[in-house]
Design a protein around this ligand. Structure first.
Ligand SMILES: Nc1ncnc2c1ncn2[C@@H]1O[C@H](COP(=O)(O)OP(=O)(O)OP(=O)(O)O)[C@@H](O)[C@H]1O
Ligand SMILES: [Mg+2]
Length: 561
């Protein structure tokens, strides 16, 4: 029923008509205000009811039989009758108008697009090219029709229309204004609803992702209380979800990590949008700890989140692997260190034993005894220095135990200390020594025992490279910034396949009799002293190793021996 209809009976007097018109005017204002205020703050959940209710009020005010709101899709190809109201005198079939092509009523939509208004007070007034529209109206039992477009940014997004089963003289201006206004209001709230729905569906998608993700997602409030934890969190920690949610996150953190995390957290919640990361231990239900690597983002200010979002990974396995690796590294270092000590002490013992033999042989020769004892003393002191270095870990720190020494002295020492191993050979395998030392002192700041060891290693290698005898040359010289020591032999040279590897620890071609440490240790000593050790010449004529060390006062040195 359309109750307003009764207010406007035919044949009323002029005055009465005027009073009625005025009353109508008030009613219009009231309607407009009530609808407008209702929609300003409408709860989206109640939107559909609200619109249908408003359509009814419009329909009753305008005394029509159908009110409809058509929305036009994004591609601007289809329309749907989204909302509608019908008086008791007419039954609408909205299913006929869902997701239909605009081409179905070309005149109707083109007219709206162009003229902004479709105004057909009487069935007889349809123009010839409005055939489809007219047929549709007749099919629905409707005769007069008025419709206005709702435009947004220049394009038509919706249509509001009224229709009546009676012919009319004309559609009042009021009604058209009302339709335009209502169209705007409805369309805005519909849009809001669509945005909300899109948001909700993306939220649902997000939720589904989170629920099934193996990544752990947690949301904390500004006090650090867990407000949300994805299933992966409970799975990894062994808690039920409700045992975690509502709890203070820091309660689950390892006591040693809490302080640091509190600092990061309370720092981060001061800064909206900030992203921080941390690695820490989290207690599982069984009391064991797992390592978490988390990225936290402060979304406390974001009305859609209102939380501090944590994205965490369980990195316990990585930590275990790293710890194991560190352990192996340590063992390797210890092993290398031990082997290095053994190597140096072995060299020292070889020298000492050699001189003990000299002492036994030449016990009566006071001068030889004194010389031998001197070498034994130096060698033993050198070995003792090696042990001390290990004890104090001075190896790690360059410069410790360093003093200004003459490289020439160290070269002489190295020759004397190794002499028993190469000088006592039978004539046919004899090694001839050529010592070509720089005429003036070559001062370097170094650990004397370490540099001596380097030279000993090089001399021993040279001697070992000439099992059939040859010439061993040890030369020193200076060039500007550096002091040089060169050890040359006339052996076979280094096999091509070994050349790349000879400086690696434990690489040896000498089987049981070599440890493969001499060059590795020597190079690291040289580097620690700011110098280097490398092969300068290698071939059938033999090998030359060059040891380069920075001179103490390069500016005062004169080049070459
Ligand atoms: N002068 C040289 N001539 C030829 N090959 C050499 C020479 N010096 C070193 N090499 C090669 O380099 C390898 C590594 O030498 P390195 O001094 O590091 O170990 P090593 O002499 O085998 O054993 P050790 O630890 O007892 O010194 C040797 O095994 C050898 O093959
Ligand atoms: Mg060696």
């Amino acid at each position: 029923m359309a109750p307003n209809r009764a207010k406007n009976p035919p044949g009323a007097s002029g005055t009465k008509r005027f009073a009625e018109a005025l009353e109508k005017r008030y009613e219009f204002e009231r309607l407009l205000t009530s609808i407008a205020t209702r929609f300003i703050n409408i709860d989206i959940a109640r939107l559909d009811d609200g619109i249908n209710e408003a359509l009814r009020a419009i329909g009753e005010f305008a005394e029509v039989d159908a009110v409809f709101l058509l929305t036009i899709n994004q591609d601007h190809e289809k329309y749907s009758s989204t909302y509608g109201w019908a008086s008791g005198r007419h039954v609408t079939d909205r299913k006929r108008h869902q997701n239909m092509s605009l081409d179905r009523f070309p005149w109707f939509f083109e007219e709206l697009e162009r003229n902004n208004l479709v105004n057909i007070p009487r069935l007889s007034m349809y123009p010839p090219d409005a055939l489809q529209t007219q047929e549709e109206m007749q099919h629905a039992g409707l005769r007069s029709l008025v419709a206005v477009p709702v435009r947004d940014q220049g394009r038509m997004d919706a249509v509001v229309g009224l229709a009546s089963i009676d012919d009319r003289d004309e559609w009042p201006e009021d009604v058209i204004v009302l339709m335009r206004l209502m169209g705007e209001i409805f369309f805005n709230v519909i849009k809001r609803k669509q945005t909300n729905e899109a948001l909700a569906s993306s939220e649902a998608r997000f939720r589904a992702l989170v629920q099934h993700s193996s990544d752990m997602i947690g949301v904390l409030d500004g006090k650090g209380v867990i407000r949300f934890a994805s299933p992966a969190v409970s799975a990894i920690l062994g808690f039920a979800n409700n045992e975690i949610v509502g709890r203070l996150a820091f309660d689950l953190v390892h006591p040693e990590d809490v302080q640091r995390l509190l600092g990061i957290f309370f720092g981060a919640i001061q800064k909206p949008g900030v992203v921080v990361n941390a690695e820490y231990r989290v207690r599982r239900k069984d009391g064991t700890y797992v390592y978490f690597e988390s990225v936290g983002a402060n979304h406390l200010d974001d009305p859609n989140v209102k939380g501090f979002v944590l994205n965490s990974r369980d990195v316990t396995a990585r930590h275990a692997a790293e710890a194991a690796l560190r352990e192996t590294e340590k063992m390797r270092t210890v092993g290398q260190l031990a082997a290095g000590v053994a190597h140096n002490i072995n060299n020292a013992l070889t020298a000492i034993l050699g001189y003990v033999q000299v002492l036994n042989r030449d016990a009566g020769n006071e001068e030889k005894v004194r010389d031998a004892l001197k070498v034994i003393e130096t060698t033993a002191k050198g070995a003792a220095a090696t042990v001390r270095r290990i004890q104090t870990f001075a190896r790690e720190r360059a410069g410790v135990g360093s003093a200004a020494v003459d490289l020439n002295d160290l070269a002489r020492d190295a020759i004397e200390m190794t002499r028993p191993t190469w000088d006592a050979r039978p004539q046919e395998r004899a090694i001839k020594l050529r010592l070509e030392l720089c005429a003036r002192p070559l001062l370097i700041v170094a650990s004397a025992s370490e540099i001596r060891e380097v030279l000993i290693n090089l001399v021993l290698n040279a001697a070992e490279a000439m099992p059939g005898g040859g010439v061993l040359m040890l030369a020193t010289c200076a060039d500007g910034a550096n002091a040089w020591a060169r050890v040359h032999d006339t052996g076979e040279g280094i096999p091509a396949e070994a050349r790349e590897k000879i400086f690696e620890p434990f690489f040896t071609t000498k089987g049981e009799s070599g440890m493969g440490l001499g060059l590795a240790i020597s190079r690291s000593v040289a580097k620690r002293h700011g110098g280097d050790l490398f092969i300068e010449n290698d071939g059938p004529g033999g090998v030359t190793f060059a040891l380069k060390l920075p001179q103490e006062d390069a500016s005062q040195s004169i080049s070459s021996p």
